[in-house]
Write a protein that binds this ligand. Structure first.
Ligand SMILES: [Zn+2]
Length: 314
């Protein structure tokens, strides 16, 4: 589709996270036992997102996190929302065993997978990945995470599809990601360093921004004990906008509508942690903190369009 039509975009969300083997083999323990019910719930929730003025939703669910493109396609037949699907691998330490003995020198088997997801489509559908997801958490850059970052960089350069990441701000892993991606020749302005909004450390955030990447202030609503609350998250975004960084920030919730991480599929219940929170609460609060309409347009429309709409191998 034309990137100009993306409109207001949530850059890091999830619809469903489902372990495919357990779902296939013991569906009563997983989505399979409730598929029709969850589909109806998801359609209702995403229609509310559309009604709140959002027109594009990046589903950052990669391999290892329980991606289900068939489910997304069913949802998309009922809700008029552009859903951008991810490729990539979600791991904090080791890669799945199927990659351990496959080629890593030359063209990595991971790169092969990502490029297939981007060029050929996923799960026999015509749905092709529009973003590449990688993760670096408290374990840091383990040997497999290092390999993953470099393989993702190769797929990015081969296809032009952008990169988005999971980080652990307490361990400043966004900087590790930038270093490795830059070593692999990645233009860091094509990378969203995700979960950066979990930090109030302006020095850390500005270091990432000054190297050219975008940051994701992408966990609005996740106001759990031990994590930042709304005022801190909004304050950091407002401060960075005042410093001139509104052209490098994207906003999102990192909320999943059904996840098999929890027996009930729902996970922690925070009233604000819904996909309409930014539209209804966060944007007005940012305006009160001096973030003007132009900056909001940048964070919600222009920056996502630039990230998702810049194409071409290099
Ligand atoms: Zn996420």
């Amino acid at each position: 589709m034309d990137a100009g039509a993306l409109g207001r975009t949530l850059m890091h969300e999830h619809v469903v996270n489902v372990n495919a083997e357990v779902d296939r083999d013991q569906p009563a323990m997983s989505l399979g036992g409730r598929r029709a019910e969850v589909l109806a719930e998801v359609v209702t929730a995403l229609q509310a997102v559309v009604d709140a003025g959002i027109s594009t939703f990046v589903d950052a669910t990669a391999v290892g996190h329980g991606r289900d493109v068939g489910f997304l396609a069913e949802v998309n037949r009922q809700v008029d929302l552009h859903i951008v699907v991810a490729t990539g691998v979600y791991t904090f330490d080791e890669l799945p065993k199927m990659f351990h003995y496959r080629p890593r020198g030359g063209r990595d088997a991971l790169t092969e997978l990502f490029v297939r997801d981007i060029r050929d489509g996923i799960a026999g559908t015509e749905v092709r990945a529009g973003i590449i997801k990688v993760a670096t958490d408290r374990q840091g850059v383990t040997p497999d995470v290092d390999r993953l970052l470099r393989a993702a960089a190769a797929a990015h350069r081969e296809t032009g599809v952008p990169l988005t990441t999971h980080t652990a701000v307490a361990h400043r892993t966004g900087l590790d990601q930038q270093r490795i991606l830059a070593e692999e020749g990645v233009d860091l302005s094509r990378v969203v360093i995700g979960h950066s909004g979990d930090s109030t450390d302006l020095d850390y955030l500005r270091e990432i921004l000054d190297r050219g990447s975008l940051i994701g202030a992408d966990r609005f609503g996740l106001y759990l004990p031990g994590r930042l609350g709304p005022d801190e998250r909004i304050g950091v975004v407002a401060d960075l906008c005042a410093l001139g960084y509104s052209d490098r920030i994207v906003l999102s919730h990192d909320k999943t509508l059904y996840s098999d991480w929890w027996a009930d599929g729902k996970g922690p219940q925070v009233p604000e942690w819904v996909h309409t929170h930014i539209s209804t609460d966060v944007l007005p609060a940012l305006r009160k903190r001096g973030v003007d309409d132009r900056m909001i347009e940048q964070m919600m429309v222009d920056n996502p369009r630039r990230v998702l709409g810049t194409t071409g191998a290099y």
